[in-house]
Write a protein that binds this ligand. Sequence first.
Ligand code: COI
Length: 356
Amino acid sequence: MKIKLTKALPEQLKTPPASMSGVVFGTVFSDHMFCMEWDDGKGWHSAQIKPYGPLTLEPSSMVLHYAQMSFEGLKAYKLESGEHGLFRPRENFKRMNLTSKRMCLPELDVEEMLDALKQLLRLDSGWVPGEEGTSLYIRPTILATEKAIGLKVSSKYLFYIILSPVGPYYPQGFNPVNIMVSEKYVRAVPGGVGNAKTGGNYAASILAEKEAKELGYTQVLWLDAVERRYIEEVGSMNIFFVINDTIVTPMLTGSILPGITRMSLLELGKHWGLKVEERRITIEEVLQGLKDGSVTEVFGAGTAAVVSPVGILSYKGEDCQVGNGETGPVAMQFYEHLTGIQYGHESDPFGWMEMI
Ligand code: COI
């Protein structure tokens, strides 16, 4: 794929933050972005890297009305060796293609996109932060851009990739977060788009999260939409439980995002010889287990959230403490090994890191 390059002028170049402490996640962007367009009958075309800046969209662009879109989240890390590496980037572009199937978006060539991303990252390499726990968050996005108010499959799309240097997603960092189980709202329904990484899933979660935050909780834990019993995910991360020394996460039923960090923790756990289960888990099982001590840890896993211990789970107005409310040993082991591979402190037996 031929990529046109327009570099930012010296006066357009920004200075990356000297330190990521105090920078709110996802609010600072690098100097350049990758863009390409898709038209019916023509396919993807006009690939270019250009200065980061506003998009020009018709107010009638279909994405602005009907949300036909998809996005991804992956990260580039500065390794101990000084090299820059991506964590399992092909998995993100493959998942983007799965979302595209469900949302009727055009698919991407995984290897071409990886090559385009690497070119962008080489140009903005000064934006990969080096402090512990920091990374360059990468946001590929596809939008339906046909100007039409009628509901149909768009005939035009825009794909772009932007880069944002980030520290921890939650202000708590790696300290336990408090999570409220949503009783009033649901995130996704069987046959819906819960397993697609599309904006509507996140838009649908905002009110519940706002209400949870007003009550002092960081995030919402979603239950299934039919029986309102089976645990699904947190919305910004998948969820794991340690139950009688077994690592358990909800099985992918179609309404849960197939997280790449989720998949990596399952693979790591199996590699270590730990007992790992993907199955349906009810909220009653977890609450009972927290009371009788069989559930010893709860933690989330996601690209932005990495591994995030849960200190309190609140259900029907009752706060249940997880263990002693501190980070447990399994969450700690996963966090240290996963970030160890990502920053090059640990060996990478699975070949997960892709050097830039
Ligand atoms: C990610 O973890 O990469 C996501 O896209 C979640 C988002 C809420 C930041």
